[in-house]
Every structure is written in structure tokens, then in C-alpha cells.
Design a protein. Sequence first.
Length: 580
Amino acid sequence: MNAERLLALYEKVAEAPDAVPRLRRFVLDLAVRGKLVAQDAGEEPASELLKRIAAEKARLVKAGALKAERKPKEPSVPVELFELPCGWAWANLQSICLSISDGDHQPPPKAEAGVPFLVISDVRTKTINYDAERKVPHEYFDGLDPIRKPRPGDLLYTLVGSFGIPVPVQTDTPFCIQRHIGILRPSKQVELRALALFLESEFAFKQAEAAATGIAQKTVSLSGLRSLVLPLPPLAEQQRIVAKVEELMALLDRLEAARGQREATRDRLTAASLARLIAPDVDAADLPSNARFALATLPALTTRPDQIKPLRQTILNLAVRGNLVAQDPTDEPASELLKRIALAPKKAMRGRNTSSGEERIDPPYELPAGWEWSTFGALPIDARVGLDRGKAQQGPELKFGYFKMNNIANDGGMDLLNLSRIDASEDEVENFSLESGDFLFNTRNSRELVGKTCVFHSTGTDVVLFNNNILRAKFHPDVRADFVDLWFRSPVGKDLIEGLKSNTTNVCAIYQGKLLSYQVPLPPLAEQHRIVAKVDALMALCDRLEAALTTTNTTRARLLEALLHEALEPAAKAVTEAAE
């Protein structure tokens, strides 16, 4: 084993997304392969343990304390065995256990007080919940077959759904279990904790997975459980393995806790840095220095791709509050824009529940000089919902693209690679064709998808019509659709949209009347251009940072995997060097 190389490079892989869980599996993998502790040639070999276990079971069968066993069936999938250390032996689970059973198959009677009746959820955490809600009468418990009554030294093993979880029984508290939990009663020639560790290993779990049947809930049968193959070390080595595994798992617990503290500290510092940019009481004069501080510290604080999302939201928050770019007092104020927009001719609003959009609510915050609050309905020169074509078809023989809710990406972009196709009349094409710069809003669907927006940008000559669950808005030339899209995707904008959603149980909707009354901040036109350009540049920076972090995490994960493989198979050294 070349564990020294793993330790030397640990700092390079410690931040891999699953470093500690993978190291836990690695420790168990080393344990079952006999590479965790040294062997002692003077110890009694495992073959002698198996002989004594067989003799013990024969005596119990003869005395009537056990039923004679059938030979376990062969595994449905051949087990890939590996070379064992000297003194070890291969054994199926039945050969090292006095009995393997499960809970009573008959529905047990209920009692207000009595013996705890455990289900899988009571043992899923690898501990036994003796305070289980369900109880059975003492009379029922007393009448159970002894092999169905767990006792100290037994090992529980989940068989259904969350199968493959071993749980040692270490107290004499009486309880019984449902039939979805197995009861393994190993011989005293087998260390209980060692058996639990070996059954928890990936080597054992893969066998259980191969033996499991069913679709909705995978189930490991008792016959499949009995046929699991495990390596059996000498008894003294089993005990040394347990001690070493417990020592290493305690170390990994500390590493995991330290990593959690580091992540929590980073998250708090990142949140504090970003909060300085959007706090309502921050002096505008302090914003440039706060922004420089945040940008200087974020590379050190940002180590995971998921940390980029709060950064994107902060950028949008700054943009729609007027804190991302400087104001220019010579810019024509938004109040003049609104006057021109009000005088501009508008096409009739078409669709469900139309409204003038003149209803006002209290503005969510104070705007910079030159900005104005408007309603969404006051900004378009044309707003309408699209065509209802039901289940549109794919196929080149249909003339027109059909833009639907799923073509609006989660990040505000759009997906034109998976367009449905439809045929349409000349009138429909005239009224419902999309043009570059059109603002699109998803008005009806599941709650999490309602409110998604994007700005349509044509990528070719294909004519694309839009679905009736989408509202299309064409804005006055003094309004940048890209800026309105930023507002809808900003934290404040999304919160306001959430309040407009209907509370229906099946299909969520935002009715057009409410949407047209939705508040939108409007900067001077020149500032709209500056804001959109700045956001585009910063989002591109976020894209590069996110891609770099994803690449780094992938590299760390590959290096970790290569190091673990090398630790098990030293011949794989070239793989590690390639990963580096």
C-alpha cells in the first residue's frame, strides 16, 4: 500500500466535493483487503475458525436449538474475488453466522405500551432508536421465535429500500423488528464490529445490490443475504482491524468537522462581503471601496461552483438599485422617458385578463436621482400571450418553430436547439412571430417555473412563434428589454413576482392584470445601456470563475481517485502522475 503518497498530496484533494466520504470508503476497502493492519503469521488461520463455526452449528442442530441449513445459492452475478493475505479465507455469510433471519412476517398487534417495534427508519442512521413510536404487547414478543428476537451480539441489516445498512446490537434492551430488517447472529469466532465494517464496505454492498430485486423498492432476500461472500481474517486481526478503522474514522470525523467549519467561515465572510454592497444604509461614497474589497477577497473565499450563484444575485441586486455603475447627471431622466412612452401609440393588449397596468403599489426601495418607478404595463407598445397548439410536434416538415416554457433557461437565457414545430396561418405568423429584443415571461406552469424570463435573440432565418403560456412584450425604444429582464431575475424582482402567483393546487399562474401592475425601476436610457454592459461583463467573469472551480473540483476528484487506486494497486502510479 502506498498511503504515504496519499498523505503527501492530501492538501491537493482535501477540497474535492466528496473527499471525506470517499476516504471513509477507502478505509473500509483497505480493511476488507487486509491492507490496513499488519498480519501475524503466528495467529490461528481463518480456516480453523470456519471449522469451529461449522462444528458449533452442527452441535446446535443436533440439540434442536437450530434448524439444519440448506446450502446457500450461488450469487446471481459472479463475485470478483481478490487475493487474500496469508491466514485469511473466503466465506459466505451463512457459514460465519449461526442464523440469518428477519422480523415476523405477520402484521404485529399494536399496544399503547410494550416492546418497541422497529422499522427501517429506526435504524437507518446506523444506530438503534429504542424510542420507536410503535409498540407491541409483551405477550406477542414473548411468543416470537428466539431467532427473531434481536439480542446483544446480533447484527441488524436493512433489506428493503435503503438496503445494505449494518447496525450492531450492543445493549440488552428488548425490541422486535419488521420483516424488512435482517437479523444476523454471528458466531463468537467472528468479531461483531468487524463483520459490520465488512458489510458496510463497497465490496459487500455491490454484492447486495446485485442480489436485490424489485423496481419501486429494491429488496435483498434472505437467500441473497446468506450468499454474500466476505473475506475472513484471523480473530485477533479482526480485532486489530476494528481498532484501526475506529481510529481512522475518528480522524476523518475531525477532518470533516474542520472542513465544515472552513466552509461555514468562508460562507459567512462571503455573505458579509456581499452584504456590504447592498445594505440600505451604506453611503454611496463607500460603494466603490466596498466593491474593491469584495472583488479582492472573493477569489480566496470562493472554492465551490455553488458559491457563484449568490455572487450573480448580488450583481443583479446592485444593478437594479443603481449601485453598479455611476450615475451621470447629464443623462435625460427617466421621467422624460415615461412621458414619451405614455404618448406613444400602443397595440391593443391581447390575452387573458388584460389591464392597463396603471395600478400602483408602494415602491420597494428608494431609487437614485434620475430613476423612476413604473408599472410593467406602462412600458410595452405591444404585450400579448401566444398560440395554443397543444402538443406541438417535432419534424422538419412543419414550417415554424414553437417557443415554449422549457425553451426559457433557468439563467435567463434561451434554448433554441429543442424547439417544437407547428404550422400556422398568415395572421398567426403576423401576430405571434418573435423578433430579436422581445421580452418573454412564463405565466402558467408549475410554481417554480412561473416567472421565468428571457430576451429573445434570433439565431437564424427560422420563424419562431410563441406558446400561449408565455407573455411576449415589445418595449418602447426608450426601454432596454435586457434591463427589464435583469429586474425580473434580481432578488427583489423575484420576491415581488412570487407574491403575484396564484395559490392553486395544480397549475400556478400569474394573471396578466397583476403582471401589468408589477413595479419596475426605470433608469435613464444611457444608464440602462451602461448597466446591461457591466452586468454582461461581470456575468462573463462569473462564468469563467464557475468553470474554473468546476474544472478544479473535477481535477481534485480525479487525483483523489487516482491516489486511492494507487494506494490499493501500486502499479497504477502512472495514473496518478497523469492526473497531476
